[in-house]
Write a protein that binds this ligand. Structure first.
Ligand code: APR
Length: 252
């Protein structure tokens, strides 16, 4: 297994890196991931609360799960890993972060080139009329109701995240696909790489001649193709990488 200092050398030599992050990036901010033993899907049937069929069938059921989840996501703070990636971007070692996470923590930590391929809790579309509600408007409604509605047509709005059975935002995926094909190094952080089409991105990098690095607590299907695999907690490992490259947050 690789070390943080070896990862730092790879970033220095093959970067600027594109970083692909998953839920494992935010567990140290108190947000559980999905497929670890303690992950969300261990207790909840994702097809009951996170699929577009479930939303169309019973939007109230989806919001009964999703409403409290929004509060938890907003209460979380960026961890040292998010801060390190923002510092590495400012220092020129990270070109962009492609994230599967909807928690806004990369942006709140200061990263500016963030591509949210699974949407985010910043916007809530109405499937009936195409209008969008802001997070603030949704939070205000959730104080007095279980499921927020569209201010234009009064239909229940959908959570602003890509649900199972939905297409990913085309512009975000096109940007992500271009970035991973052009980069000299794709660093995957905190993802099981089991959900397509995002799980196909590391293969795009390797086929285009780029190097792959994986920082994850558990094995992924791409470990064998990676130049380096670091089995460690993302917050402290990324902080060590930023310090090794003298891209500490203090250099902001
Ligand atoms: N440091 C490093 N790795 C971690 C940490 C940590 N602190 N905590 C968890 N991990 C690892 C876990 O071992 C796991 O392999 O992060 C990975 C998270 O995998 P998933 O829970 O499957 O999350 P993710 O890959 O982001 O899921 C993709 O699935 O449910 C959908 O839309 C949801 O975006 C999500 C998508």
């Amino acid at each position: 297994m690789g070390t943080a200092s070896e990862l730092a050398l790879l970033v220095r030599d093959r970067g600027p890196a594109v970083v692909l992050t998953g839920a494992g990036m935010s567990t140290e901010s108190g947000i559980p991931d999905f497929r670890s033993a303690s992950g969300i899907w261990a207790d909840v049937d994702l097809f009951e609360v996170a699929s577009i069929d479930a939303f169309r069938r019973d939007p109230l059921r989806v919001w009964r799960w999703y409403g409290p989840r929004i509060g938890g996501l907003l209460a979380a703070q960026p961890n040292a890993g998010h801060v390190a990636l923002a510092a590495l971007e400012r220092a020129g070692h990270v070109r962009a972060v492609v994230t599967q996470n909807i928690d806004l923590l990369h942006t709140r930590a200061g990263s500016t080139a963030v591509i949210e391929v699974h949407g985010s809790i910043a916007r809530f579309p109405c499937l009936a009329c195409g209008a969008e509600e802001t997070l603030e408007a949704i939070l205000a409604q959730l104080e007095t109701r279980e499921a927020p509605f569209c201010s234009d047509c009064a239909e229940i709005v959908k959570p602003g995240v890509v649900m199972f059975g939905e297409l990913l935002p085309a512009d975000a995926m096109e940007r992500a696909e271009r970035l991973v094909r052009e980069t000299g190094l794709l660093l995957v952080v905190g993802s099981s790489l089991q959900v397509w089409p995002v799980a196909g991105l590391p293969g795009d990098t390797v086929r285009a001649g780029g190097a792959l690095a994986i920082l994850n607590l558990e094995e992924t299907p791409y470990d064998a193709e990676a130049e380096i695999v670091v089995r460690g907690p993302s917050a402290s490992v990324l902080d060590e990488v930023a310090r090794a490259l003298d891209a500490r947050a203090e250099n902001a």
